[in-house]
Design a protein around this ligand. Structure first.
Ligand SMILES: N[C@@H](CCC(=O)N[C@@H](CS)C(=O)NCC(=O)O)C(=O)O
Length: 121
């Protein structure tokens, strides 16, 4: 069984996405606290894992995967036999479409207004 180390902090919505899947799959993993709010994603050691300085990143034995869609796709394929993704091409396209919409259009607007609320609002 591969050793999984997830780098990130629980407040991150993207880290939460990966953790939800890991919990649903029921596989063991270690959460290695990496808090972007404290600048920990900008250390040389972390940038060697993800040069974009974002969490999450997932170490799978010696390899490191970053970008949530890549991590979840890998976990679903390898640990869940694809049961969290549709196989029909149109449905698969729809799933990726929704993920793309959230990543590109919802997340940037929602993160500072809903998830981490500005002081005084
Ligand atoms: N495209 C990335 C986005 C990840 C992301 O934006 N993570 C945020 C936390 S939710 C982060 O690390 N922010 C730190 C920063 O921007 O410096 C993914 O899909 O994993």
């Amino acid at each position: 069984m591969a050793q999984l180390i997830l780098y990130g902090t629980p407040i991150s919505t993207y880290v939460r996405t990966v953790r939800l899947l890991l919990e649903e799959i029921g596989t063991e993993y270690e959460l290695e606290g990496t808090n972007f709010l404290k600048g920990e994603t900008q250390s040389a050691a972390y940038l060697a894992k993800n040069p974009f300085g974002k969490v999450p990143a997932l170490a799978v034995d010696e390899a490191v995967i970053y970008e949530t869609i890549a991590i979840t796709s890998y976990l679903d394929t390898v640990f869940a036999n694809g049961r969290f993704s549709p196989t029909a091409p149109l449905l698969k396209a729809r799933m990726q479409q929704i993920i793309g919409i959230i990543d590109s259009y919802l997340y940037p607007k929602a993160i500072g207004a809903v998830v981490i609320r500005p002081v005084g609002k």
